[in-house]
Design a binder for this molecule. Sequence first.
Ligand code: ARG
Length: 558
Amino acid sequence: MELVKQIAALIGAQLEGLTVEEIEKLLETPKNVELGDVAFPCFTLAKIYKKSPQLIAAELAKQLKGVLIIKAESVGGYVNLFYNQQTVAKLVLEEILKDPNHYGQLPMKNEKITIDFSSPNIAKPFSMGHLRSTVIGNALANIAEKNGYKTIRINHLGDWGTQFGKLIVAYKLWGDKEKIEASPIEELLKIYVKFHEEAVSDESLNDKARAAFKHLEQGDEEARELWKWFKEASLKEFQGIYELLGIQFDSLDGEAFYNDKMAIVVKDLEERGLLVESSGALVVELEDMPPCLIQKTDGATLYATRDLSAALYRKKEYDFAKSFYVVGNEQSLHFKQLFKVLDKLGYGWAKACQHVPFGMMLKDGKKMSTRKGKVVLLKGVLEEAIQEAKRGIEEKNPSLPNKEEVAKSVGVGAVIFHDLKNHRMNDVEFSLEQMLNFEGETGPYVQYTHARICSLLQKGNFDANNVSLEGLKKETWQTITTLQRFPQVIQKSFEQVDPSLIAKYCLTLSRHFNKYYAHTKILVDNDTKVSKLTLCYAVAIVLKEGLNLLGIEAPEQM
Ligand code: ARG
């Protein structure tokens, strides 16, 4: 059994009023090692027992010493516990080694989670902004799986909407078929930008675009052909990015997929008396927020209408226990409205839908926008990162086998980690230089720590079938308690929908290990060599798993 669970059970045996699970959730890691290895706050109990937390802590402290706990102190309403290091070290390592690929894996729950992420817009470049959704969503899906859920990764492509009316009009006015075929997104973006420039002085363009989209919605042949062509060409380009990132989806059903599924929703809303006419358009009025627009004056549907039918479809198709939408914070209102309308329709599962917002990708402190052409293309960034990684390899390790592959893992890993190491709500300043800084708090630093361990294991002829857990010294302690925390971090990162906890954990583990490594000779033949290598092996397992959860590869050499 995991250590924290054992500790929670020990405390639980002394208490009434809290379950072992509740106790486990309350356990904290003290800020400072001098304060102990784990702390149990007694404030919740004070209310139940009607006694001061200090008193409860003092009484508990007297009872908790035993095989696992060598010392228990009560300090300001907390019981601070100190582990018996030898016993705990063994326990933790045994837990990792018993089933290396599954350390921290929670039992399967037989519940599904749909994760709507990436969801770029067709005929527009895959921007750095979409990178955020892609890497956060993918990490979240991995984390959910590790927490025992089955996931359905959905790329809700932006392949429908008035912008296609604009594109069709722009194409007919200024499009060049050959140029578009040669580099679709670049050319489509050009005419899209031109459309917006021209529309400033020529208002009729917007009317034409609205009409063109209407035609498209009604199935006009020419409009549909153009749309299909735009979509296929764009998808091909996006696919290249997903391949670089190593990301796959279970569904690519975008907005267009719901075109023939919206009438039912509109009818449903109407039958429940929720649709109201508002200067020709149909809306659902909401109490504490602006109304949700369902249908425009000309009968055209909207982003929200498509999201409504998508939500219904997903519930029916997948019967999700939770449904995540990994979309920028600027769409918060949209999702509030969406969930509220579902709630008004009487769907109890509206509560299971959750917007997972994130901050903006900024350039020189300002938001990036596609329309003005002020956008940094993700593909270029990834390619540059890979180039940079390759230069690093040529310099430090020119004889490395499969250089190309390693450069890809490191370059792409750098970009992903740069995004995930901060809490998702923080804005991220786009800085190629910072991403590519392979030292400091970066993905490559963690990857490098892992690779260094792999090489140690090889040089030391370590055999995973012949391990030892005896005689580990005090200086391994920080590494061991960090290893022990991994399962909790996995659970927390899911509960808080926060992959940065995993990224920060990887940095902490790397730091503790590197400190240990700097002060200890591992490859000397003495009676603790195998034990030391066993510890190294456990660290490598956990670092690799941590990186993989973030969607980053862990090369064995670099
Ligand atoms: N395509 C949209 C955009 O780039 C994001 C879609 C997010 N998903 C959703 N179900 N609305 O802004």
